[in-house]
Design a protein around this ligand. Structure first.
Ligand SMILES: [Zn+2]
Length: 97
């Protein structure tokens, strides 16, 4: 008997949820912001840094929403340095053109 209902196993890899739109996307399509065990919150471009991570999709509107609502700070329970936002913004701008 086949088990069903849990969805097909996706070859694209793990699915994560965007903090901005709550959309669920393959991990590699999202930007990861991580709070390492030591040090400040940072943008984890490789997606492999240790620590608590949150994800946002590569959508400028999501980023704006997340920044404005301070969702990152709340979720990570830590201040997020301005340069993290600047780095995300730079990536999104790069992506858009
Ligand atoms: Zn999103």
């Amino acid at each position: 008997m086949k088990k069903s209902g849990r969805g097909a196993r996706d070859a694209a890899g793990p699915i994560r949820q965007c903090m901005g739109c709550r959309g669920r996307l393959p991990k590699q399509e999202l930007l990861r912001v991580v709070r390492p065990p030591e040090g400040a919150v940072k943008l984890d471009t490789a997606g492999k840094a240790q620590g608590r991570g949150v994800y946002i999709c590569r959508d400028a509107n999501c980023f704006k929403r997340v920044k404005k609502s301070r969702a990152l700070e709340r979720s990570l329970q830590s201040p997020v340095p301005d340069d993290v936002f600047a780095a995300i913004e730079a990536l999104l701008t790069e992506n858009a053109t």
